[in-house]
Every structure is written in structure tokens, then in C-alpha cells.
Design a protein around this ligand. Structure first.
Ligand SMILES: C[S@@+](CC[C@H](N)C(=O)[O-])C[C@H]1O[C@@H](n2cnc3c(N)ncnc32)[C@H](O)[C@@H]1O
Length: 307
């Protein structure tokens, strides 16, 4: 694998093409590249100079699919808030528990909005461990996340990655991959985990769009960063800097605002709570008082059979 900027790409035995530790294409997946340009080293749309939400999050989780600009921001965040990596891990753990819960409720098809770079405990892995026939449509706007996902899932007919902006609900619903894998007459799990804080406008229409399409018994899973008053000034400062340099700026929302996102859905126990306290399992929850609270609100709701 090549790690020096501008060096030749390396192709692995599986046909994956890596550069700077990033997967940039595969023989099998046919990942879209910048065709014929002087810079056909990365998937179309990659900006090496601006941090991306997907890659900074990957860096915080200890992944390798990120650039120097992303690692620098992750380091800045960790300097400002040494718990930032733990917050990302707590969010992933919430995602895993929520998917397990939905599987227990009989949900077998999932649309994962803002799915991010593949990492430990991907949704399709959790789903297929429970039911090999379960279906997952991943949606992300980030070209690197999409390229990695398409490579990982090449040849898997039960999980796909769609490159789309989650604000374009109609395009996601009409995408042939969605149409192929998701039967909207059956309950679906709509996952909006750590993504809606990247939507600057009111995210309610996005969720309303999926609610209209979803059958009763469907579930909505949301996690969302809280308001600045619940975080240190240093972290808020790093976020403010990030916002001036990225295409996916962060918007803080309060617990009441996050609760409002579930309009039309029935929020299930224990309600909208810090991500690490949503039905924690042994090992997920640290000693109370041992750390500041995870500043991410999380909740799961069901579309009732009778309104
Ligand atoms: C912090 S990551 C969360 C990944 C995963 N959902 C999780 O919780 O572990 C946020 C992801 O949302 C994606 N994202 C941000 N804004 C988006 C948008 N408008 N449409 C689609 N994806 C978006 C980013 O590219 C990134 O991959």
C-alpha cells in the first residue's frame, strides 16, 4: 500500500487500488474515478485540502481511510477534548445496539443514511449475522466512503452503497438499488446515526419523506450531537474551525430539537438519551462519574400500526 503523496498506486490481490492508505478503486466494483484527468488517483469529488466528516470520524475511530488534513483535525479535536474518540466509539456502540434491537423486532431491511466509511461492526455484518437474507442500502455523499463501501460489498447482492445526499429523499427512494433491495410494504429500519448534525437546514423533511414511504412497524434510529453548552469551549472552537473548512459543516441541536425529529414516530423507551445510556450492555457503559457524559442524543422510534 502506498503512503507517500503522489506515489504510484498499489493494487492488492483482490484487485483493490490503494493510495495514501485509501482505497481509490477496484477492478470488481468499477469505482468511479476522475476519468482521464491528471489526477485520476482518487474517486471523483475528493478534496485533499478540506477535512471531510466521514474521514475525520474514521480517524477518530482509528481507521486508515483518511488524509493528513483529516488526521490533523482529529488530533486538534483530541487535544481539545481527549474524550472525542470515546464519543465516536459510544456512537458506534449505540448503532450496534439499535440494529440488534430492530432485528429482535423483526426488521430485516435497513436504509443507513450517512453510513460513513466501513469500520468494525458495519450494519450489514450485524444484520447478516442474524439473518443472511437481510438487506441493507447504505447512503453516503462522501466519495471515499462510497468507494470503500462499494469495494467491500462487490458481489454481495444483499447490501449496496448508493452515493447520494440524504436531503434528496426522492432520488434515494427511486434509486434502482433501493427499489431492488427494499420492500416498502414491509417494515424498514431507517438509520440516521450521527448524520443529521451535518444537515444545516431543518432535517425534518428528510425524515418525513422516509416516514411517508415506510410501512407500519418500521423504525427510525437517530443520534445527534448536542448543543455547545454541553461541551467544552475548546471543542466548540475546533468545530467552528472545521465548519469554515469543510463541505459538511456541523449544526448543534438540543435534546428538544432532536426529540422533534421523531415527529410522527412513537419514541420507544428509554426516550431520547445520551447515546451511551440507550440500553447499554455490559462493557458499553463505563463507571458513572468516571467521565463527562457523551454529548450525543440518541433514540429509537417505531411507526405505529395505528396512528
Ligand atoms: C460521523 S459519520 C457517521 C457514520 C455512521 N452513521 C456512524 O454513526 O457510525 C457521518 C457521515 O454522514 C455523511 N454525510 C454528511 N452529510 C451528508 C449528506 N447530506 N448526505 C449523505 N451523507 C452525508 C458523511 O459523509 C459521513 O460519512
Amino acid at each position: 500500500m502506498v503512503t507517500s503523496p503522489g506515489g504510484p498506486a498499489a493494487r492488492t490481490t483482490t484487485g483493490e487500488v490503494h493510495r495514501h492508505g485509501l482505497l481509490v478503486g477496484t477492478a470488481q466494483a468499477g469505482v468511479r474515478m476522475i476519468g482521464g484527468s491528471a489526477d485520476d488517483r482518487y474517486p471523483s469529488g475528493v478534496d485533499l485540502d478540506r477535512p471531510s466528516a466521514a474521514r475525520v470520524y474514521d480517524a477518530l475511530l482509528g481507521g486508515s481511510a483518511n488524509f493528513a488534513v483529516d488526521r490533523a483535525l482529529a488530533r486538534q479535536m483530541l487535544t481539545a477534548e481527549p474524550n472525542a474518540a470515546r464519543w465516536a466509539q459510544a456512537n458506534r456502540a449505540f448503532l450496534r445496539r439499535a440494529v440488534d434491537f430492530l432485528l429482535d423486532e423483526g426488521v430485516r431491511q435497513f436504509v443507513d443514511l450517512g453510513s460513513g466509511l466501513p469500520t468494525v461492526g458495519n450494519v450489514h455484518e450485524i444484520v447478516h449475522a442474524a439473518d443472511p437474507d437481510g438487506r441493507v442500502v447504505y447512503v453516503d455523499v462522501d466519495p471515499v466512503a462510497v468507494a470503500h463501501g462499494q469495494s467491500l460489498l462487490a458481489g454481495d447482492g444483499r447490501a449496496v452503497v448508493v452515493q447520494a445526499d440524504i436531503r434528496d429523499v426522492d432520488a434515494i427512494l427511486a434509486d434502482p438499488a433501493t427499489q431492488d433491495l427494499i420492500d416498502f410494504d414491509q417494515p424498514v429500519g431507517v438509520l440516521a446515526v450521527a448524520v443529521l448534525h451535518f444537515v444545516t437546514d431543518d432535517p425534518t423533511p428528510i425524515l418525513a419523506g422516509f416516514r411517508s414511504a415506510a410501512a407500519p412497524g418500521s423504525h427510525l434510529v437517530v443520534s445527534h450531537l448536542t448543543t455547545p453548552d454541553e461541551m467544552s469551549a475548546a471543542v466548540v472552537g475546533v468545530v467552528a474551525q472545521y465548519n469554515t473548512r469543510t463541505g459538511t459543516p456541523l449544526t448543534f441541536r438540543s435534546r428538544a430539537q432532536v426529540t422533534d425529529l421523531f415527529a410522527g414516530w412513537r419514541v420507544l423507551e428509554p426516550g431520547v438519551v445520551p447515546a451511551d445510556t440507550w440500553w447499554p450492555e455490559p462493557g458499553d457503559l463505563e463507571e458513572p462519574g468516571a467521565r463527562p457524559r457523551v454529548p450525543i442524543w440518541a433514540g429509537v422510534a417505531r411507526l405505529p400500526y395505528v396512528a
